[in-house]
Design a protein around this ligand. Structure first.
Ligand code: HEC
Ligand code: HEC
Ligand code: HEC
Length: 473
């Protein structure tokens, strides 16, 4: 009977079921007075911008760090005192427990040589259990990553702070321009539609607007982009029903990660192919050459066209007479370049953390993931809002501008939207050689459905991500 009582008392004292609010009154492991400036901040460049600056616990060298800590018991739930320590990718996404990594007992401070977390043998004793071949350098990865945007991260982990903020400023900058732009554009077009005078020209012959190679590049890019968006969002939002649904399209979480990695590599290969294609085009002397009017290279005239289009939006000028490409088409093209470079390089860095950390300190993976994530969110927001607005949502394009899928575009519409191009073709007498037959109706329907499905998927992903944004990890 006495044994039973003891058991009962023990169970009550140690049970993890006690609500956290009662326990928060216990010793606070994050109290500022427990910390001091890092005594061995490195002087190498890598150390100065890395996490080596973070403050350390005064008692971090203790053999039993919980000795004397009020309310501590071995059976107690770690998170009841270490609030927020679960906000890390390992704890959230894998089935590791605090004790899987912090194994020693009694639990030693992480700067005590007996601790499993001691920097010298962390890699071998803990990380290598799951990451075969983990090195000391890889163990510099910050498991309990600080919030990159927090003021304290600026001195504790400068590289993470500055790179995350740079990416956010880039993203905010892009939308500060495009959000009002797109809104004004929508208003302008709706007003034009309401005016009965602006009749669209009657359909006439079709000419080739996109070559077969260009269409192929665009379609492969679109498919890769969508697969990467679905799997990437599944990865970021796996703790939510939305993320789990997206992952289930690829079997499960592991399937989604697998697809994300390999489709990412495929896209990188397509990008390299595109580079060769550009080199090939650069050797041409005709208007398709890099400096010619058919090329997507940004010119001074595009800034003027931007300004002119702005005036049109405000109702202060006629619509600008675009040549083959409008300024936003050139912008979108180069946005894919910079996006693919940023996301591609950081993706490659993360592809094999063990391999990467042979050349770079492990904490560059923390930085790479945030850059990758913010750029990917920016790219998705830009495609699903701005690009789809221009080519699908706005009245003149609705429900879909499918030129880029079948390549053919109505000559009279083009004369209206890209008058300089058509004028140039007519002056050179090249219109006739560009006239093409439209593909059969069934083929057109396939292109149309494909495009509309991409737009619908984009809208779904946009809403899902916005809805669950607070659970992003
Ligand atoms: C994947 C291994 C791993 C897991 C799981 C893990 N930790 Fe850690 N922990 C580390 C490493 C490595 C460090 C050293 C500093 C760093 O990388 O963040 C550390 C440092 C700490 C520190 C001291 C530094 C700080 O941030 O204050 C505390 C406290 C801590 N861990 C508590 C926990 C708790 C509580 C859990 C469970 C929610 C947990 N850890 C889960 C690996 C892990
Ligand atoms: C009663 C609250 C409480 C519980 C429960 C608790 N801790 Fe702690 N822990 C603390 C306090 C307070 C400190 C800081 C001690 C100091 O600096 O003097 C600490 C320190 C640590 C450190 C040292 C970090 C460093 O910088 O060296 C680690 C690691 C740690 N705890 C991990 C854990 C793990 C893992 C668990 C679960 C098995 C756990 N703690 C349970 C309160 C608690
Ligand atoms: C119990 C197994 C386990 C242990 C122990 C473990 N990891 Fe991991 N780690 C994983 C898994 C699983 C993932 C993939 C997480 C995901 O789904 O995103 C991962 C991912 C990573 C990544 C990639 C993160 C990214 O952003 O790309 C790094 C870096 C990493 N771990 C470092 C470490 C280090 C350093 C240690 C030792 C302190 C460690 N891991 C201990 C299982 C483990």
């Amino acid at each position: 009977m006495r044994g039973l009582w003891i058991l009962l008392i023990f169970a009550v004292m140690s049970g993890p079921s006690v609500p956290a609010s009662v326990q928060a009154a216990d010793a606070d492991p994050d109290a500022p007075e427990l910390f001091m400036a890092n005594p061995d901040q490195g002087s190498r460049f890598w150390d100065r911008i890395g996490p080596a600056n973070a403050p350390v616990r005064k008692n971090s060298t203790k053999a039993d760090v919980h000795r004397g800590v009020e309310g501590f018991a071995h059976a107690r739930y770690c998170l009841s005192c270490h609030v927020g320590q679960d906000k890390n990718l390992h704890y959230a996404r894998t089935d590791v427990q605090c004790k899987t990594c912090h194994i020693s007992r009694p639990l030693a401070g992480i700067r005590n040589p007996a601790a499993t977390m001691f920097s010298e043998h962390r890699a071998e004793k803990v990380c290598a259990e799951c990451h075969q071949g983990a090195t000391l350098s890889m163990a510099e990865y910050v498991i309990h990553e600080p919030v990159p945007f927090a003021a304290s991260t600026r001195s504790a982990f400068p590289a993470l702070f500055w790179s995350a903020w740079t990416m956010v400023i880039l993203a905010v900058g892009v939308f500060a321009v495009f959000a009002p732009y797109v809104a004004a554009w929508a208003v302008r077009e709706v007003r034009l539609i309401l005016k009965p005078a602006t009749q669209m020209p009657a359909p006439g012959p079709h000419i080739e607007r996109f070559s077969l190679t260009e269409r192929l590049f665009h379609t492969v890019l679109a498919i890769c982009f969508m697969v990467l968006s679905v799997t990437g969002l599944a990865w970021m939002f796996i703790e939510t029903g939305f993320g789990q649904f997206l992952a289930s399209l690829f079997g499960n979480y592991q399937g989604a990660i697998w697809a994300h990695r390999w489709v990412g590599l495929v896209l990188m290969c397509v990008f390299v192919l595109h580079l060769f294609y550009i080199l090939h085009m650069a050797r041409r002397q005709d208007p398709g050459g890099l400096t010619g009017p058919d090329s997507l290279v940004w010119k001074w005239a595009d800034f003027r066209a931007f300004w002119h289009h702005l005036k049109w939006l405000a109702g202060m000028a006629e619509h600008p007479a675009f040549d083959r490409w409008a300024w936003w088409q050139k912008f979108d093209y180069w946005a894919v370049w910079w996006g693919t470079l940023i996301v591609g390089v950081t993706g490659l860095v993360m592809f094999d953390p063990v391999l990467t950390s042979e050349y770079l300190p492990g904490w560059t993976l923390n930085v790479a993931r945030w850059i990758h994530k913010i750029e990917a969110l920016l790219a998705m927001a830009h495609i699903f809002i701005v690009h789809f607005f221009i080519e699908s949502y706005r009245p003149r394009a609705f429900p879909l501008n499918d030129h880029v899928f079948h390549g053919a575009a109505d000559l009279e519409t083009l004369r209206h939207e890209h008058p300089e191009w058509i004028a140039r073709l007519e002056a050179d007498g090249r219109v006739d050689e560009l006239i093409v037959e439209q593909p059969p109706r069934a083929v057109q329907a396939v292109y149309f459905l494909f495009g509309v499905a991409m737009v619908a998927l984009g809208v779904f992903l946009l809403i899902g991500a916005a809805w669950n944004f607070s659970s992003l990890s």
